[in-house]
Design a protein around this ligand. Structure first.
Ligand code: DC
Length: 236
């Protein structure tokens, strides 16, 4: 079942779940561009929550305290830019949330049920306001938008994922060690797939794509085709 239509524009929610380094963010932005719809990087919201913990000296395991602090900051996306820029109390935090101190605690923060409750609610609100949306993250198809029109699950070899993450960080000017990033990815996989609330799983009915040996363009092309097929099936 698809999400409800808004006015005369049919809704189109596409979710992309999968572990870190499978190319989810890049693919989500390119897919959104191809389909001329919005894109949501839900991981950036967990990263913002981690930044709140760092800047306000809150223990990353203190879910209640963090959820309360999150209620006191204004977390907004600027939808005028592509991809949308994340702002906290008006400050552009899109680069800051990629730094290693944030990456180092984000899985612990994302484990906290009170934080997940706040952010899942915020993501569903975004879906209601932007009903034509590509939304990527660990639980977008399984928990946040289980009725999405198309659900994808991206996977890839952990070593390939680490190398991609290193390249991505160095392109944004951050030099990091491959071994450190590989270890960080394995540790986060472990935490993300074993947590009790919203664990990383392959959503029911998802289209699985292993991106280890595929170029981004090839992944996007397969996804565009799958979305077009689904839209056609729904129209028939
Ligand atoms: O995709 P990313 O590396 O920016 O995600 C950062 C962290 O946030 C990652 O450890 C898992 C978590 N996350 C989550 O639990 N649920 C989401 N929907 C997105 C990310």
């Amino acid at each position: 079942m698809s999400a409800p239509s808004h006015g005369c524009v049919p809704s189109l929610i596409i979710t992309i779940d999968g572990p870190a380094g499978t190319g989810k963010s890049t693919v989500a932005h390119q897919l959104a561009r191809r389909l001329d719809i919005d894109s949501l990087d839900s991981g950036s919201m967990y990263r913002a929550a981690s930044l709140v913990a760092i800047e306000r000296g809150i223990d990353p395991a203190d879910g209640e305290g963090l959820a309360e602090a999150l209620g006191r900051v204004e977390l907004r996306f600027d939808w005028e830019t592509r991809p949308p820029t994340l702002r906290m109390d008006g400050r552009d935090i899109s680069q800051r949330i990629r730094e290693m101190d944030v990456s180092g605690i984000v899985s612990d923060v994302a484990k906290c049920p009170p934080v997940r409750a706040v952010l899942v609610g915020a993501q569903r609100q975004i879906g209601a306001e932007h009903p034509r949306l590509v939304s990527e993250g660990r639980d977008q198809g399984s928990i946040v938008f289980p009725d999405a029109t198309v659900r994808f699950y991206l996977d890839a070899d952990p070593r390939v994922r680490a190398l991609r993450r290193v390249r991505q960080l160095s392109e944004s000017g951050l030099e990091v060690d491959v071994a450190e990033v590989t270890e960080d990815i394995r540790r986060r996989d472990r935490i993300d797939s074993t947590r009790s609330d919203g664990p990383l799983i392959c959503p029911e009915g998802a289209i699985i794509i292993d991106t280890s040996k595929l170029e981004i363009d090839e992944v996007v092309e397969r996804m565009v085709q799958a979305v077009q097929d689904r839209i056609q099936e729904e129209a028939d």
